[in-house]
Each structure stands twice: as C-alpha cells, then as structure tokens.
Design a binder for this molecule. Sequence first.
Ligand code: GUN
Ligand code: ZN
Length: 434
Amino acid sequence: MPETKLILGQTLGFTANPFETPVAEAARYRRRGALLVANGRIMAEGEADTLVSTHPDVTRIDYGDALITAGFIDAHVHYPQTGIIASWGKRLIDWLNSYTFPEEMRFGDPAYAAEIAALYFDLSRAHGVTTMASYCTIHPASVDAFFTEAQKRGQRVVAGKTCMDRNAPEGLCDTAQTAYDDSKALIGKWHGQDRLSYAITPRFSPTSTPEQLTALGALWAEHPDCLMQTHLSEQTDEIAWVKSLFPDARDYLETYEAYGLLGEKGLYGHAIHLDPREKDRLREVGAGLIHCPTSNTFIGSGLFDMQTLMAEGHRVGLATDTGGGSSFSMLRTMAATYEVAHLRHNSLHAAQLLWLATAGSAKALHMEDKIGNLSPGLEADLVVLDLASTPDIAQRTARADTIWEALFPTIMMGDDRAIRDVWINGRNTPSSPL
Ligand code: GUN
Ligand code: ZN
C-alpha cells in the first residue's frame, strides 16, 4: 500500500479556463500550498498550514519556493522522431521524405523501438511531461514498445499505429485492410489497460487512400471511446496536394469528414490554414485542434490563430510535435505559443500559457476528469518548477511582485533545469515498480 504524502510548495491550478474567465478568478494560486497524495491521486488541496495541521503524521515533502503545477500534457508528438529532431532545412513533404520516413522504417525492429521508447520517456520526463498523445509508426511493434514503456512507468498516455497506404516508401505502407486489422488488434490489446488509451491514427489524408480512410472511419465507429489523431492544414503546399488527391472534396477537412473521421474525439494537429467552413464544422463537433508552435515555425508552416479560435470556443491543446517540433520542452512550447500569438498582435497571459499546457491539453484529450489540474480526485501527475533555475532567470524573478511575473521568465527562458521534480501516478521516483 503506497504511503500517503503531503507535498508542500507554491501551488497553482485552475478553477476555470483563463481564456474565458478573468485570470484572477480562473487561477487558484497559493503562496504556501499543499497537496495530499495517496494511491496515485490527489486527495486534498489547500493551504499548507491547514493540511499540515489536519494531517500531522503524514510524510512531508517540502519544495519551499518551488511551484507545483499539474504535469505537462503534450497533445501531439511522434516518439519515433526522437532521433531526428532538429534536422536541418526542409519543408514538410521534403522533411518527411528525407528524415522522417527513413527513421520510421527502423521501427520494424522491436529492439530499436524499445530503445527509442525508453529514451523518449526519459527525455520527456526530464521536461516535466507526464502525459502525451503519440504517433507510432506503421509497425505494431512500435505501438507495443511505447505502451510497454508507459505501463512500466505508470503513465497515462495515448498512442496509435500510424496508418499509410500510399505516398510513402513501400516498407512503410500497410493497406486499408491491414491498417484496420492491426489497429483493431492493438485496441484489443492496449486500450483501457492501466492508464493507456488507443488513438486511431491515419497519418494524414495524402498518405491514405479513400479505402483506408473508410476502413479507419468504420473502426472509429466501432470504437467511439477511442480518440482519433491526424494532421490538418499544416502547410499551404500540403493543402494544394490534398486538393489534387481529393478533387471532389470542398476542403482538407472534408477528406476526413467524408470518411467518418471528423468527431468530438478527433485530434487535428496544426490546423493553421483553415477555411471558415472548416472552422465552423470543427467547432460544431467540438473537435480538438492541437497547436504545435515550435514545429510550425521550425518547418515554416504558419501562425496558428489562437485568439480567434479560442474566442470562437474551439477545444485547443498544446504540443511539441517532436521531432517536427524543435524541442521536447513544454516550457519552450509555451514560449513559442506566446511568440506566435504576438506575431498576430495578441499578448497571451502566463496563466493562459500554463492552462494550455495542462488543463487545456487534458480537455483536448477528453481527460480533464483525470489529469491536468490540482483538484482532489485527479491523478497525481505533477511538475515542480524551480522559478530561479539559472542565474539569468533568477535575477529576473527576484524583481517579480506577482506569481505571474515570477513564472513568465521561466516560461520564456526555462528548460529542463527548471524541472525540479516530476510526480507520475503519485510517485516521484522514475520507473519505480508499480
Ligand atoms: N504531416 C504528416 N506527417 C507529419 C509528421 O510526422 N510531422 C509533421 N509535422 N507533419 C506531418
Ligand atoms: Zn505530427
């Protein structure tokens, strides 16, 4: 029976969405707060003095001035691209052909898949990421490797076999039937085991025939509790290619919609260059739009319209898009979110950035009742941030009068040195046996 623990420090969670509610009401900040954790869950949250006096005999872990928040949730990543992150100089389609597909080919080897899965989980943990939604490769072994590693670490994750039956190298193509069969078998094997969830994963419409999209749409209808993840309207040349491949479709979104691949539990990565009809439909169904700002600048894709989409009531999550994204860090991803919004003349508040990386991404993944906040009943996935992790950040934080002023330099300049500790499923020791 795991021990009950009282975790002390500054604490910051959310009672509402700071895009909809003023920050002062939406955020719950305590200068000296505490979380009572037992059995992998947050049992209580409150003022440190109160919880210490009501639980005097519980083991205490005191982080002092460090800031405890929910663990970061990376809502779109390709773990097989860990080894090719920061590859120079190509736009999307060239980048896929030059770097991504050759690397993904290697995941037919289960030992290599296991090695990269372990490396990816170590790196993402070092950056405070406790949950991620990952693409795998077409190889079922790549999915097994990812879920096996996540299960060992007690992590809540989403993943799926990436399906492609055209416009990819022969060794990376399945068929409509094998994509359906393999995905169905993987759902049976992994979906709902411990903290693992399966996402049906057509890579994007250029690499799937209408037959494959139809098969995966049928599979989703049979497993509506699964998420579905794909890419949408990332680059203008990609959109032109989609148009030539699907001449009858009104727009990119319709290449999913027509095959049963548009829904509330759909996660649409990038979603930068959207037509009004696409935006309307995505909002009507309550689909998740996943913002990947370091990728969108690194590959030169464009500027996600956060302000308009949030004002329209879209469900938006935040992601690194490793390895099209140039960082494993959700702090760096929040910084890029701020910068991209600024290029659209919109200044995002630190609370909005942190919300996107925690509660917002949890909502995009339909997991807000499980993760992404500091509320009692949620699973105890936490990150502890050192707000003075380097001399340059420390000298700035020393001048801060509010928590937001103290947090913002870490968002803008922080890296893995700012991650003082990580709690996953109520434990802060990596890879401890369940
Ligand atoms: N579109 C289709 N596949 C990919 C991918 O692996 N990365 C990115 N950024 N975009 C994609
Ligand atoms: Zn992607």
